[in-house]
Ligand binder design. Sequence first.
Ligand SMILES: O=P(O)(O)O[C@H]1O[C@H](CO)[C@@H](O)[C@H]1O
Ligand SMILES: O=c1cc[nH]c(=O)[nH]1
Length: 232
Amino acid sequence: MSVHINAKNGDIAETILLPGDPLRAKWIAETFFENPVCFNEVRGMYGYTGTYNGKQISAMGTGMGVPSISIYAHELITEFGVKNLIRVGSSGSYQSHVKVRDIVLAMAASSTSGVNELRFGGADFAPTADFNLFLKAVEIAKSKKIELKGGNVLTSDEFYADEFESYKKWSKFGVLCVEMETAGLYTVAAKHNVSALSILTISDSLVTGERTTSKERETTFKDMIRIALELA
Ligand SMILES: O=P(O)(O)O[C@H]1O[C@H](CO)[C@@H](O)[C@H]1O
Ligand SMILES: O=c1cc[nH]c(=O)[nH]1
């Protein structure tokens, strides 16, 4: 048992899927896992372990933002021995060629979060995906004929930016989309020498203003989850 996770040693698999929304973790477990068992309800941050194709696998919510995912990633790694942390999140597009419902693999995460500036005394740290998980995700997607995009994403500390137009600077430098956790996840994984990958589904576009309905999101999220499940 750790400060925020009420589980015993062995309750959590080496590979865990990490959506921001704890109800998405419950949905993943109930939809895709065989024999899902809930290991955490502390703060309503549901965590489940089951099997998929005979392999043990877990899913747990992380909450929103770098501090929240950093707490859960730290405890999962240091207290429960988790080795592969796969974020399965939603994201807003910054590019006209990145369409609503597309799936993006975050190769790296730029950030407006101050955590790494503090940690590295003002110097930059480039949070990056685990190369092997990235390659494996590409192969899985190919075999399932699921199209992917890959590149730099922005991990923002703001969901409601003061200046909407500020996204255009990132867009100009090729950043594909915005979300709120990947830079934190990749940094904590790097610190503890374990593997992490963020798979993101585009839920809305800052360029066109388009948004998916919750029903459409469920279907497209399924493709992202089908890739993530096979990374175990
Ligand atoms: O859908 P999730 O995984 O929560 O991800 C995105 O959605 C939340 C904002 O609505 C932020 O957590 C952002 O990163
Ligand atoms: O963090 C997020 C997630 C989806 N869409 C956004 O605009 N931001």
